[in-house]
Write a protein that binds this ligand. Structure first.
Ligand code: AMP
Ligand code: GLY
Length: 421
C-alpha cells in the first residue's frame, strides 16, 4: 500500500515513522514534510493547503490512502476533493471540520447534542463584548472564532487583562466573532477518538502541557510536551467521556447531514475532585485531527497495524480494528526555538541529534527543521523537535526523554523541564 501523509510537523513525522514500519506499506510520501521526515518517507514540496496539487500528486503516484495531519488542509477542503475523485482519505470533510475551525459552531453543536461544556455567549460587536465583560468581570475566557494556532484564546483571570485581550482580538487576530465563556477550573486532558461517521473508538488517552514555562506559567502554546497514557484519567472516566462528550457529537453531525469521520479530539477540563463527581467533566474544545504533541506520545505506543485504523476511518475497511497498545508509558518533550511562541528564531544550527538518537528507548521527531546551504540541520521556527522516551512508568520515560533532550544543542531553545512530573 502506498500512503500519502499531509503535513510538516513532528506529528506527521511520527505518522510517517509508524506507517513506514508497517508490513502492509510499500512506500510513504509526505507533503510538504521536513528535514527529519526524509529519513522514513519521500518528501515532496507541496504545501498542505494546495489541495489540487496534492490530489495531482496522489493520482500520479498511485496513492492508496491519504492521512491528513493539520487542520489547515481540512479547512481547505482536502477530504471533499479527494473523495470526489474516488481517493481514499482519512479525515473529516470541510463541513465536519468546522467543529474545530469555528468555536461558535462547535458550541452550538455541543448544546444541540447535550454535551457538557462551559456556558457561553457569541459576540460580533466590540461594544457589546466590552459591556458583557464589564458586567460579568473576571474570570472569563475569550476565544476568537476561527483557526488561530492556539493563539486566539485569552483566559482572563484579572479584569485589567481584558483590555490587552481586546487589543489582540480586534487588532492582529482580526476576530469577526468572539466567544466569551465561563472559566473552568481543573486539569486538562485530551481524549482522541477515531471515528468513521457512525462509530468511534478511543485512542490511548494523553495530556499535553499548553503553557510555555514550567508549572503552567507563561503564554499558551501549541503544546510543550505530552504523556500517554495520561495518569489524569481512569478507564471509567474515558468511557464516560466517550458516551457523553464524543458519541453524541457523531450522532448530531450525522443528523445534520455532515457525518464526522477522522480524529475527534476532545479537549477537556477535569475537576480536581472528579472521583466524587465524574459529571463535572466539561469539553473545552474539539479539534478535528490528531493533537500535536499528543500524537507523538500516542503513536510510539501503537502496537497494532496502523493501516487498519486509517482505512477504517477512511471507510475503505468495514471491520472495526482492535487497537493494541504497548504497556510502556511515553513522555514527549518539545524543543522549541528561541522566542517561541512570539517572534521565533530561524536558521540556528541543531547539534547532537545523532547522540540523542543513541539513548535507548527514545526517538527524536522533527518539526520545524530544514537543512541549510552548508548541509547543516537548522531550526525553521516554532516547535523544532519532539523527543519521546518510553519507560515502565512515567518517571522512567521522562528520564530517558530528558537524557536525549540534554544531548541536543540549539541556541536559546525553549524546553519545559516538568513534562510528566
Ligand atoms: P481552546 O483552544 O479552546 O482549547 O483553549 C486553549 C486553552 O485555553 C485550553 O487548553 C485551556 O488551557 C484554556 N481554556 C479554554 N477554555 C477555557 C475555559 N472555559 N476555562 C478555563 N480555561 C480555558
Ligand atoms: N496539543 C494541542 C493541539 O494539538 O491542538
Amino acid at each position: 500500500m502506498k500512503i500519502l501523509v499531509i503535513g510538516s510537523g513532528a506529528r506527521e513525522h511520527a505518522l510517517c515513522w509508524r506507517l513506514a514500519m508497517s508490513r502492509e506499506v510499500s512506500q510513504v510520501i509526505c507533503a510538504p514534510g521536513n528535514a527529519g521526515i526524509s529519513t522514513c518517507a519521500e518528501v515532496v514540496s507541496v504545501a498542505a493547503t494546495e489541495v489540487h496539487d496534492l490530489l495531482k500528486l496522489a493520482q500520479e503516484r498511485g496513492i492508496d490512502l491519504t492521512v491528513v495531519g493539520p487542520e489547515v488542509a481540512l479547512e481547505a477542503g482536502i477530504v471533499d476533493l479527494f473523495q470526489a475523485n474516488g481517493m481514499a482519505i482519512a479525515g473529516p470533510s470541510k463541513a465536519a471540520a468546522l467543529l474545530e475551525s469555528s468555536k461558535a459552531f462547535a458550541k452550538e453543536v455541543m448544546v444541540a447534542a447535550g454535551v457538557p461544556t462551559a456556558s457561553y455567549e457569541v459576540f460580533t460587536g466590540q461594544k457589546e463584548l466590552r459591556e458583557y465583560c464589564r458586567v460579568k468581570g473576571a474570570p472569563l475566557v475569550l476565544k476568537a472564532d476561527g483557526l488561530a494556532s492556539g493563539k486566539g484564546v485569552f483566559v482572563v483571570t484579572d479584569a485589567k487583562d481584558f483590555e490587552p485581550a481586546f487589543e489582540q482580538l480586534f487588532g492582529p487576530i482580526r476576530a469577526e466573532r468572539v466567544v466569551a465563556e465561563e472559566f473552568l477550573d481543573g486539569v486538562e486532558v485530551s481524549c482522541i477518538f477515531a471515528c468513521n461517521g457512525t462509530d468511534l473508538m478511543p485512542l490511548a488517552p494523553a495530556h499535553d502541557y499548553k503553557r510555555l514555562r514550567d508549572d503552567d506559567e507563561g503564554p499558551n502554546t501549541g503544546g510543550m510536551g505530552s504523556v500517554c497514557p495520561s495518569p489524569r484519567i481512569s478507564g471509567a472516566e474515558l468511557e464516560w467521556i466517550q458516551e457523553r462528550c464524543a458519541a453524541p457529537i457523531l450522532t448530531e453531525m450525522a443528523k445534520r447531514g455532515t457525518p464526522f469521520s477522522g480524529f475527534l479530539y476532545a479537549g477537556l477540563m477535569v475537576p480536581q475532585d472528579v472521583a466524587r463527581r465524574p459529571d463535572g467533566i466539561r469539553v473545552l474544545e474539539y479539534n478535528t485531527r490528531l493533537g500535536d504533541p499528543e500524537c507523538q506520545a500516542i503513536l510510539v505506543r501503537l502496537a497494532s497495524e496502523p493501516t487498519e485504523l486509517f482505512q477504517w476511518i477512511a471507510g475503505v475497511r468495514k471491520d472495526k480494528p482492535t487497537l493494541v497498545w504497548r504497556k510502556e508509558v511515553s513522555t514527549c518533550v518539545v524543543v522549541a526555538s528561541d522566542g517561541y511562541p512570539e517572534g521565533v528564531a530561524k536558521g540556528d544550527e541543531i547539534v547532537g541529534i545523532d547522540l540523542a538518537a543513541l539513548v535507548p528507548d527514545t526517538i527524536v521527531f522533527h518539526a520545524s527543521t530544514s537543512v541549510n546551504e552548508k548541509g547543516r540541520l537548522v531550526s525553521n521556527g516554532g516547535r523544532t523537535l519532539s523527543v519521546v522516551g518510553l519507560g515502565d512508568d512515567v518517571e522512567s520515560s521522562r528520564r530517558v526523554a530528558y537524557k536525549a533532550v540534554d544531548l541536543i544543542q540549539l541556541r536559546g531553545r525553549r524546553v519545559r523541564r516538568d513534562i510528566g512530573s
